[in-house]
Design a protein around this ligand. Structure first.
Ligand SMILES: *Cc1c(COP(=O)(O)O)cnc(C)c1O
Length: 235
């Protein structure tokens, strides 16, 4: 099968999965947005997905954005950053994205604020929380999350638009859903305590293998890579 046809088929399948999950959850079919997680995916293949109607991509590594930037420059899509971000890469990533979903610590938030002041611009961010308890995953620890939210209220260049998590990696539905429910709880607590702005807040959660469960727990954005582009080749 031609590669672009394969990607179109995969996208149709993922959109059907999203719609069914929304139906099951009693939510509107269009209440979940698809972000394409494009790490390791060649620019030509990303282009095929955008040509098929997708509007949002996310990369994990600053260096990879830099390498792909020219090849993707003319693409009409939104670009987010979804990987762990080192403070010394802040300046570079701001050239490429309109939203950073992985703000997980005060030092990073402050670095972003000061760079944005220099550039005289603002940036959409999501607060990333580690809801799985797995040490290897980035994200603010749950016991730090409210403090981070509070700190962010004092950094006016950072516009908090949502929360993000990488759920528990497991096939145990109860445990995976529990980790996603925890992110939703933080959104509710943050709103209750006046630490998050009103207006719609995204819950960025769910990937190829568990997007249905994430949507049952309130996800408004799923980040999908392998279900669209196939298994990743790390070189
Ligand atoms: C790779 C990645 C995804 C997508 O993972 P798949 O299982 O390939 O869908 C989602 N979120 C983040 C942060 C990722 O790094």
């Amino acid at each position: 099968m031609e590669e672009s046809t394969q990607i179109q088929d995969n996208l149709a399948f993922v959109h059907t999965e999203i719609r069914s999950a929304c139906l099951l959850a009693g939510r509107p079919e269009d209440s979940v947005r698809l972000l394409l997680a494009t790490k390791t995916v060649e620019p030509e293949r990303i282009r095929m997905a955008i040509a098929a109607g997708e509007t949002l991509i996310g990369e994990n590594k600053v260096q990879e954005y830099q390498q792909k930037a020219d090849a993707l420059a003319d693409l009409n899509c939104e670009r987010h950053f979804i990987g762990h971000l080192q403070t010394n890469k802040v300046k570079d990533i701001l050239k490429y994205v309109t939203c950073i979903q992985s703000v997980d610590r005060i030092t990073l938030a402050e670095k972003l604020q000061s760079q944005l002041e220099n550039l005289d611009r603002e940036l959409d961010i999501y607060i990333q929380i580690n809801t799985s308890g797995e040490q290897s995953k980035s994200g603010a620890a749950p016991e730090e999350a409210l403090r981070l939210m509070e700190h962010l209220t004092a950094l006016p260049r950072l516009k908090v638009k949502g929360l993000m998590t990488i759920g528990l990696f497991s096939d145990n539905e109860v445990l995976v859903r529990k980790s996603y429910a925890l992110l939703r709880t933080f959104r509710d607590k943050g709103l209750e305590q006046g630490l998050l702005p009103g207006g719609p807040l995204e819950l960025s959660m769910g990937m190829s293998g568990d997007l249905n469960w994430a949507i049952q727990e309130g996800s408004t954005m799923v980040r999908v890579g392998s279900a669209v582009f196939g298994k990743r080749n790390y070189h």
